[in-house]
Design a protein around this ligand. Sequence first.
Ligand SMILES: Nc1ncnc2c1ncn2[C@@H]1O[C@H](COP(=O)(O)OP(=O)(O)O)[C@@H](O)[C@H]1O
Ligand SMILES: [Mg+2]
Length: 401
Amino acid sequence: MKLAILSAAPTAYSTRRLKQAAAERGHEVKVLNTLRFAIDLEKGDPDLHFRSKAISDYDAVLPRIGASITYYGTAVVRQFEQMDVYTPNTANGITNSRDKLRAMQILSRHDIGIPHTAFVRARADVLPAIERLGGAPVIIKIIEGTQGIGVILAETTKVAEAIIETLQTAKQNVLIQRFVKESKGKDIRALVVGDTVVAAMRRVAQGDEFRSNVHRGGIAEPVELDAAYRQTAVRAAQIMGLRFAGVDMLEANDGPQVLEVNSSPGLEGIEGATGLDVAGTIVEYIANQVNFPEIDIRQRLTVSRGYGVADLLIPEGSELVGITIGESQLRDRDIAILNLHRGTTIISNPKGSRVLEAGDRLLCYGKLEEMRGLVPEKQRRKRKITAKALDPQLLEDLGDS
Ligand SMILES: Nc1ncnc2c1ncn2[C@@H]1O[C@H](COP(=O)(O)OP(=O)(O)O)[C@@H](O)[C@H]1O
Ligand SMILES: [Mg+2]
């Protein structure tokens, strides 16, 4: 394949390793400075220029977008997407994960551990928010911080209030987060490629530092993750819309808690700690996807009038409980089931012989009117059900599967 690595840091370890891994596998690979692209828009013809010359045909791009150029970088990635060039991480995925608040908001509706987090604006709301998190000490975080910069441990409520006020005066948006004491100075970084954790390490802070970032002196050691941690990492990356991600998790008493999902994870620490060829794994994954890429249904599906996607919850006492999908005759009512969520399991393309249970959630595509008819009035008002005509922009804005 012909691969472009989008990076403003061609000499950085990760960029060099990715380029080398692609070349070793016989791919044509170039590192292109993200900031030297020019985006060209005309009716029916999204185009890109690089260093003022029309760009040649690439099969795939691997974006390495630093936090300082998120806006421009994601615009370039989005442009490649419009031109049908494969990318493991979409502009949408990068945007979702870059903003710590946005990421937590999207994750919080799923069955995924996260530290209890609050976001407030008015000074009068700070104290009650800290109390809801269980009181001081609390963590205060700048929303777009990286490498541990902008993550502060406030020992008392007074200190927390003062820090928040100072940061807000400096026009910084901050999160307040429960301090997960039992994980003090430690965290887990899991590297996800596709639907698999391909490498994992535990980072341990040195001295009395509570932040375990390698840039703050944290020392990495390889770790064998159990199923709960692997599943949490893979699902968090999936929910963000990233096929290549570094998922940071705290080891809380009740299991993994996701701190953040990084869309341009560094390779030096993890390859050094584990001895694994992570660069090679991601290159091979991309090469596989190029031939038969998964597409983002939200961006591609244009539907006929009156059709759309809906998430149907089967309530207790529903006529559908206890019968098979075949017997439900949903297909005859112009409703196709894409997948079935039961607890934490997802059954894709469920068979006609599968018996439906109360509490199942069906992701359906079909006639909206028919689907609406399956939802009791009361539930509709409780907003449990989200049936939206597939307005691509609207769904993109939701940013979440
Ligand atoms: N709620 C928390 N409880 C305990 N430690 C935390 C918490 N949040 C962050 N930390 C520590 O601070 C480090 C940096 O936080 P993180 O949210 O990952 O920000 P950054 O993007 O700067 O890495 C983490 O790796 C972890 O060691
Ligand atoms: Mg981090």
